[in-house]
Design a protein around this ligand. Structure first.
Ligand code: PLP
Length: 225
């Protein structure tokens, strides 16, 4: 199937309240243009350099999402334009994003990435680490970031019950935080980013409002080219 057909099929499974973010890592700018013509505006990359190169070649109407592990020394390259950073997993990274936001005279929206999978290799904060950030005494001074919500990746497994349970656990945490932290300048729980090509239906069932879909749109990734 073509990129527009894939997008059409995925969109038919989503309501209007769920944002479809196309994960375009390893894809060409022409493939991204095709997806744009099919009506997508949100694109996600996991490598800073790749995002910067593509951003320079594509219309500024694209909203760029950073989804992979982000090194502190690379924040400066995406700070001028990034729409949402999904992968904040430490206080130090948050401080660095704030610093670069200040330099660029903008507020950078971020999500806190929570560890929900069984695999230890997947990144993300524990519940304790999450609360440490949200109640950090210096958080009110970070005027150039805004925490918009949470992101999580479920275990890569065929066990749908397990995956659904992990997503539902994150949704419960999200609801709890939404209750506990009333919207202010630094914290505004609106976005719950969960679900990829293999599990976005389960994620949406559990309450996701942003899915990050790569191969189901563009086809299988080939890292060798
Ligand atoms: C690559 C990636 C995706 C998309 O994966 P697919 O299985 O191709 O949909 C989603 N989220 C993150 C963090 C990724 O790195």
């Amino acid at each position: 199937m073509s990129i527009p057909e894939n997008i059409e099929k995925i969109k038919s499974q989503l309501t209007d309240s769920v944002t479809l973010c196309a994960i375009s890592k390893t894809r060409t700018v022409n493939e991204i243009r095709e997806a744009m013509h099919a009506g997508l505006f949100d694109f996600g990359e996991n490598k800073v350099q790749e995002m910067v190169e593509k951003q320079a070649q594509l219309p500024c109407t694209i909203r760029w999402h950073q989804v992979g592990t982000l090194q502190r020394n690379k924040v400066k390259y995406i700070a001028p334009f990034v729409h949402l950073i999904h992968s904040v997993d430490s206080w130090k990274l948050l401080q660095e994003i704030d610093k670069e936001g200040q330099k660029n005279e903008r507020v950078i929206p971020v999500l806190l990435q929570v560890h929900i999978a069984l695999e230890e290799t997947k990144h993300g904060l524990s519940r304790e680490e999450l609360f440490e950030i949200l109640t950090h005494p210096d958080l009110p001074q970070l005027n150039h970031i805004q925490i918009k919500g949470l992101m999580g990746m479920a275990t890569n497994s065929d066990d749908e019950d397990l995956v659904l349970r992990e997503f539902k656990g994150l949704k419960m945490l999200f609801d709890e935080l939404q209750d506990q932290f009333k919207p202010n300048n630094q914290i505004r729980f609106e976005t719950l980013s969960m679900g990829m090509s293999g599990d976005f239906s389960l994620a949406v069932e559990a309450g996701s409002n942003l899915v990050r879909v790569g191969s189901a749109i563009f086809g299988e990734r080939n890292y060798s080219n």
